[in-house]
Design a protein around this ligand. Structure first.
Ligand code: COA
Length: 171
């Protein structure tokens, strides 16, 4: 998906007790813990975190924290897609004990704002057909499907949109 809007949308306010902050050097273990607790992005350890988060932009990996706990995250990554340098919004996740208050999308909106503050490049994110909750949030935020990237995309996006429409309003 690609963000084509002008200004990044304002993130909805966080509920009391939750704070957004940038990643700190000592966060890695808790970051791995959050990604494992999420359980929908596979198993994580230090080696995988190192590989998958190479290219993370300093100051643009965000966490929502609750007390000492990391409870949601998204970040901006320096990547190349089809030969073009992009800012990728990646590794969006929230802890299952803190669901239904929009923390994952709050982190995503903050990462999007951070990407827009960097030198101009396309701002993109990669997702999977089955991630209907995430995709509804991305669409609501103004990300648009890339239907030209592969000949299967138009058909698959039509199916995703039909699945989203059949669920009714998100909230
Ligand atoms: C995508 C993701 C990060 C979104 O996190 P989030 O913004 O915190 O989402 P919430 O927990 O607030 O929302 C969950 C549901 O509660 C609903 N909801 C949100 N706020 C609500 C509220 N105040 N009252 C009632 N329901 C609410 C949302 O509509 C959503 O419904 P859905 O799952 O049927 O779409 C999270 O679902 C996740 O971690 N998914 C697994 C990992 C993943 O797919 N990452 C994206 C990879 S591209």
């Amino acid at each position: 998906m690609r963000y084509r809007g002008r200004a990044a949308p304002a993130a909805s306010p966080l509920p009391p007790g939750y704070v957004l902050r940038t990643a700190l050097p000592g966060d890695r273990e808790a970051w791995i813990g959050l990604l494992n607790a999420n359980a929908e992005l596979g198993r994580w350890n230090e080696a995988r975190l190192g590989r998958e988060t190479a290219g993370a932009i300093d100051g643009a990996v965000l966490f929502v924290v609750h007390g000492d706990d990391l409870v949601a995250t998204a970040g901006v990554y320096d990547r190349e897609i089809r030969g073009r340098a992009v800012w990728e919004i990646g590794w969006v996740a929230r802890h299952p004990a803190h669901r239904e208050i929009g923390l994952g999308m709050h982190s995503t909106a903050a990462a999007l704002a951070a990407a827009r503050a960097l030198p101009k490049r396309p701002v993109v994110l990669l997702t999977d057909d089955r991630r209907v909750s995430a995709i509804s949030g991305y669409l609501a935020m103004g990300f648009e499907p890339d239907i030209k990237g592969h000949r299967s995309y138009a058909r698959r996006w039509a199916a995703v949109r039909a699945r989203i429409a059949s669920r009714g309003p998100a909230r």
